[in-house]
Write a protein that binds this ligand. Sequence first.
Ligand code: NAI
Length: 344
Amino acid sequence: MVKKYRVGILKGDGIGPEIVQAAVDVLNALEFEAEYIELHAGYEYFRKSGKAIQDGFFDAVKGLDAILKGPLYTPPHEKEFRSINVLLRKELDLYANVRPFRSYKGFSLKEFNFVIVRENTEDLYTGFEFLYRGVALALKVISYDGVRRVSEFAFSYARSNGFNRVTVVHKANILRISDGLFREVFFDIAKNYPEVQADELIVDTAGYIIVKNPERLGVLVTPNLYGDILADVAAAVVGSLGLCGSAQIGRDIAVFEPVHGVALDIAGKGVANPIGELESAKLMLIHLSNKYSDRKLYEKALVLERAIHKIVEELRILTPDLGGNSKTSDVVNSITKLIQSNNT
Ligand code: NAI
């Protein structure tokens, strides 16, 4: 019997609802057997209900196979509204944030295929900040266990996805103790994976190489903040933030969301590029395929991947962020048609 997956849907803020719906439509076209359970959190939900996250959210998550999520807004001017993204990463222990970056022919300047694995629960995101006599202080937290598990994840990801190199990104030349520990633990873990080459880049050089020679890169493993920043640099090299998706892997559950934010400037206009969310849905299919040894899901992921590349590279159905004038719905309809006519 075909397994029916239980997938949490968190539509999020800004363009979130438009692109999450787009992903569900495409998953339906792929005949992905799922029961969708809607979850509520975020700034829009807060404005309507007075709560940033629904009561019983974490109970509702128990028993789900995955969560497909849109971006959530954290208004920088409202100091009392804390990031729900950070809360989810912490509470669900989503320790590895995997962000693949692949070039599009005729679009990206070079041909490349690299992955940023960002440590997702520590560093400057733990929220230990205070003000003392006019001096603002923020604690950068790097733990042995945090680095160990994200490094182990990066090496085993490299091994099972055909990459022969993992590069640790740090600033240990200045942050001797915190980034020093990240670097040291990474190289310790590397000894358990002799078939994978381990090397290092200082974070500023990593930014330079991502732009200048992305074809040289394989898997990069980074502390939280550097991964956050470098992912947007990498997205620009691919061609648009709107093209990039991510998988946040936890011990019990994984959450799939685009790399970009809520894009308030285009929300509600029907022009958001849905591909970042579709890429995230693809990563979800691959994750579930591996977790449940469900080969059919992997095939569906490949069909989706081919359809995405075909509409960008050959059919040129492009939203405005890619220089076109197609709508979100044009992209979704074209991908759906390709899938349904077996024409990927
Ligand atoms: P953003 O990623 O929302 O937008 C940056 C630029 O990229 C904008 O010009 C936007 O229109 C464009 N863009 C982003 N996604 C697009 C798409 N799918 N199609 C077409 N164009 C797209 O970055 P910004 O404005 O700095 O962030 C706004 C807010 O988003 C932040 O204040 C933060 O609260 C939230 N955010 C949430 C994230 C999450 O939930 N994982 C991640 C990053 C930001």
